[in-house]
Design a protein around this ligand. Structure first.
Ligand code: PMP
Length: 399
């Protein structure tokens, strides 16, 4: 007899199942606001020109072993500069253990595994709410997780006081996952001043800050500005962990390119940490794939392609920002009695709309508009062509 006959169907991923339902819908008006992937004003996925150019540049090269190793080293080095700054001492002194990872998800998983091995007594605090997969990742790595206050439904902004209380009340040496910019799902980030206070309190408590940076550049259009939180913590002398993903800011979802870096006291320690991270990866997937890493390192190392990337990043941010303004304006013009300021106050890929699960269901059933049950709207799914229809639908279910 088979031994897997009692295997039931796994729970569906909340975001992937929305995409499935969207594709099954035959309405010409349908809108997918579920998936956090950039779309142009026609609603089409975008391959950035810098990626196309990099692709042309590396054609035929990626199977050369020496080149692939170089690509990997360059990727890690350039990613570290993106996170910590072009002239960062951390990078100059080699005080970080950096490895290429299977995008943001793989980097989180690798770190969670590392955490369980070398710090089994520490749990991880995740923001409430957070990207739902964070819970799965640390659960599967068998690291206990808790949540800390983050979003305030009342103000539709940051619950800073409650966040600070949780930081203070957590046992010393706790691990905290922080989104350095463009928080998913809320689009709400601490201010610079608040980051400084958080960093200070982390010092007092000896907490370990673990930054998951899936949207660098997507919050402000400026790569350094979006890394500000990380730089504040490093300036304050924290040894941090940092995940970087190129899925969103380079549109490379399918390539799975990312980086994990862990800051260390010195270069010697960094070598040991890096060797352990590679040792963990070795048993899971040996090495990450080469092609995407070569694309990213080619873009980051070529001044022309890099400038092109920065320009294209701005185009993406400007488009989503414009859609925020237009959506809010449309709702106000329809005479909505509600306050929609949070649409333009929040930043990045998402708007945490405040729509209730019932209203989300109505949008889906009556208007063929798809989003997660928490009311998270992926701004990238809104276009000049559908924003008026969307505003009207939201008005209809909220008035
Ligand atoms: N972290 C956060 C906060 C995210 O929003 C995402 C993507 N939704 C990821 C990590 C992982 O993305 P990827 O594995 O595609 O890099």
């Amino acid at each position: 007899t088979d031994w897997w006959h009692n295997v039931g169907i796994a729970p569906k991923d909340p975001i992937l199942s929305i995409t499935e339902a969207f594709f099954a819908d035959s309405s010409p008006n349908k809108i997918n606001l579920g998936v956090g992937a950039y779309r142009d004003d026609e609603g089409k996925p975008v391959v950035l020109q810098c990626v196309r150019d990099a692709e042309a540049k590396i054609t035929g090269c990626e199977f050369l072993e020496s080149l692939s190793r170089q690509g990997n080293v360059k990727l890690v080095e350039e990613s570290a500069k993106l996170a910590y700054g072009e002239n960062s001492d951390v990078v100059k002194e080699g005080r970080f253990a950096g490895v290429q990872a299977l995008s943001g998800t793989g980097a989180c998983r690798l770190f969670a595994e590392f955490q369980r091995r070398f710090r089994p007594e520490s749990q991880i605090y995740l923001p409430s709410p957070t990207w739902s997969n964070h819970h799965n990742i640390w659960r599967d790595a068998r690291v206990p997780s808790r949540t800390y206050h983050y979003y305030d439904p009342e103000s539709k902004g940051l619950h800073f006081g409650a966040l600070m209380d949780d930081v203070k009340n957590a046992p010393d040496h706790s691990f905290f996952l922080l989104h350095p910019c463009a928080h998913n799902p809320t689009g709400v980030d601490p201010t610079e001043e608040q980051w400084r206070e958080i960093s200070h309190q982390f010092k007092v408590k000896n907490h370990f800050p673990f930054f998951d940076m899936a949207y660098q550049g997507f919050a402000s259009g400026n790569l350094s500005k979006d890394a500000q939180a990380i730089r504040i913590f490093v300036e304050d002398g924290h040894l941090i962990g940092c995940v970087q993903s190129f899925s969103k800011n380079m549109g490379l979802y399918g390539q799975r390119v990312g980086c994990l870096s862990v800051l260390c006291m010195n270069a010697k320690q960094a070598i040991a940490v890096k060797s352990q991270l590679q040792h963990i990866a070795r048993a899971m997937y040996s090495n990450p794939p080469v092609h995407g890493a070569l694309l990213v390192s080619t873009i980051l190392c070529d001044p022309h392609l890099r400038n092109l990337w920065v320009e294209e990043l701005k185009v993406m941010v400007n488009r989503t920002t414009k859609m925020r303004v237009t959506l809010q304006k449309n709702l106000e013009e329809l005479g909505s009695p509600l306050n929609w300021d949070h649409i333009t106050n929040q930043i990045g890929m998402f708007c945490y709309s405040g729509l209730t699960p019932e209203q989300v269901d109505q949008l889906r059933n009556k208007f063929h508009i798809y989003m997660t049950h928490d009311g998270r709207i992926s701004m990238a799914g809104i276009t000049t062509g559908n924003v008026a229809y969307l505003a009207n639908a939201i008005h209809e279910v909220t008035k």
